[in-house]
Write a protein that binds this ligand. Structure first.
Ligand code: ZN
Length: 511
């Protein structure tokens, strides 16, 4: 007897979405190439290729035929009773309703202005000249606000404009929920940072400055990725200016990292492990026959980020990890690390030190950077903060949170690319990722009592299987909040991350 998903409308819908996803994967490949090997003179034509492809994908996803088939599937009782199909239909409806609300002209205009604004931002950041970027920020914010206004039709009553943007990256989450989670976290983290500053204890970070040739670093990165279980026959590791992971297509997950020979090997290694965590998630999503369906996609950016942060911070900065990895690094980097001890590298990897730049921040202060951006972008979208007043507000808040005077806009409000092309509602997903990771990590350690022992031998198979079983294989079957409750038995909360960071600070600084 044929199963419910073999009915004609579901099959046709599946084929249409697979086609759209296949087109999308060509776009992803083109964009990966742009970030890695494309000659710079190809830039102008590449933006035409990218715009054409994204237009075609948008057209296919919003075609009236998709809408008709979706309605047919929704009225098919057998599909509603199949849990997998019902979840796919629920998520397809969400995607379709959001996509058709935003006029194609606005999508194109945002892409066009965003691309120009990004170029201006690069130059303005180089010159540390906010006034140069201000009119462009204003235009991008205006267009983004218009997009949010269109999307409000898909939002529940009481939603604010910001929620409609956030919903793109973290479906179901609201600004008010984020604020309620961030507020107590901010108090705890500020307390930690003050305690570290007052401890009078300084950490020996000389090992972080040890210079190692890029080729050797690449060998270590590849070795660690292999141990994590990242399948290099179904992926690659290349270098870029801004590391990322792209789950391009079934059997093709691309990671990038950045080696800084003078800046030491730890940051690049953590970059590789971070992207490797994203990559493992992409490789273990059920992409074969289901490619193009929501069941082959990640839950949300927050859950995606929980996977990368877990490998980078919870695994990569642990003593158990270094028990295994230090001898490997010593061998590959010989004689650079000959005198380095386990204590030295473990302590250096866990230093806490307030700094201006988010992407260089330590694990504890990182979240303070995010909270500030969340509050400022929420105010800008609500119309409570004029874009021209951004630097002043930024600098005041930075002083409050970090105790540091911002010396220039380059190290202040011009440091991130996100706002230049309208990525609003994206920043909080970084801290959500840390929170989800910490909450899962407590459960993982309860479920896998021998985990530290396994990690100290370079055996990450137990952890990887746990992640596949509990997170990866479900695709978008559960929303982030449901997945969190399903895994940990509790709603998202800040306690686990605070306990994790307090433990680290105690071990490193004795406070
Ligand atoms: Zn990430």
């Amino acid at each position: 007897m044929p199963g419910p998903t073999e009915c004609a409308p579901y099959q046709e819908l599946k084929n249409l979405l697979r086609e759209a996803a296949t087109l999308g994967s060509v776009g992803a490949l083109v964009s990966w190439d742009q970030e890695t090997y494309m000659p710079s003179a190809a830039g102008a034509h590449r933006s035409e290729q990218a715009a054409l492809l994204s237009g075609l994908v948008h057209e296919r996803k919003t075609s009236p035929r998709v809408g008709d088939l979706l309605a047919e599937c929704e009225s098919e009782p057998a599909l509603r009773e199949s849990e997998g199909a019902a979840a796919n239909i629920r998520e397809m409806r969400r995607d379709y309703d959001r996509a058709v609300r935003v006029p194609t002209e606005l999508v194109s205009e945002l892409a066009r202005v965003g691309s120009l604004a990004q170029d201006v931002w690069k130059e303005a950041r180089g010159k540390s000249d906010f006034a140069m970027f201000a009119p462009w920020l204003d235009r991008v914010m205006g267009l983004t606000r218009r997009k949010a206004e269109f999307l409000m039709a898909t939002m529940p009553p009481g939603a604010e404009l910001y929620d409609a943007l956030l919903d793109e990256y973290e479906p179901g989450m609201t600004a008010a929920q984020i604020q309620a989670t961030f507020t107590p976290l901010k108090v705890q983290l500020s307390g930690l940072v003050q305690a570290v500053a007052g401890s009078g204890h300084t950490v020996d970070v000389s090992v972080t400055k040890v210079q190692v040739p890029a080729a050797r670093q690449h060998q270590l990165g590849t070795l660690v990725l292999g141990a994590m279980g990242f399948d290099l026959r179904a992926g690659r590791l290349d270098t870029t200016a801004h590391p990322f992971c792209s789950g391009i297509a079934p059997g093709d997950t691309r990671l990038t990292t950045r080696y800084t020979e003078r800046g030491g090997f730890l940051e690049p290694l953590y970059g590789t492990m971070h992207e490797g965590g994203h990559g493992l998630y992409e490789q273990n999503l059920p992409k074969g026959d289901e490619f193009g369906l929501p069941s082959s996609e990640a839950v949300s950016l927050g859950i995606h980020e929980s996977q990368s942060r877990m490998w980078e911070n919870f695994v990569g900065r642990s003593r158990a990890f270094w028990q295994w990895a230090l001898p490997k690094a010593k061998e590959l980097f010989s004689p650079a690390l000959d005198t380095c001890t386990l204590d030295q590298i473990h302590t250096a990897a866990n230093q806490v030190s307030p700094s201006y730049i988010r992407v260089e921040a330590d694990e504890a202060t990182y979240n303070l950077h995010i909270m500030m951006r969340f509050e400022l972008e929420r105010a800008m979208i609500a119309g409570n903060l004029a874009t021209g007043d951004l630097p002043g507000h930024w600098n005041d808040r930075f002083k409050q949170s970090f105790g540091l005077e911002v010396p220039d806009a380059r190290r202040g409000c011009l440091q991130d690319v996100h706002w230049s092309f309208g990525l609003i509602g994206y920043f909080p997903t970084y801290t959500l990722g840390n929170l989800y990771a910490a909450q899962m990590w407590e459960k993982i350690n309860a479920d896998l009592p021998g985990l530290d022992d396994q990690m100290s031998r370079g055996d990450f198979s137990g952890l990887r299987s746990w992640l596949v079983e509990n997170v990866h294989r479900h695709g978008r079957r559960y929303r982030a909040a449901d997945l969190c409750r399903r895994i940990t038995g509790r709603s998202l909360e800040s306690g686990p991350l605070v306990r994790h960071l307090q433990g680290k600070v105690k071990a490193t600084y004795g406070v």
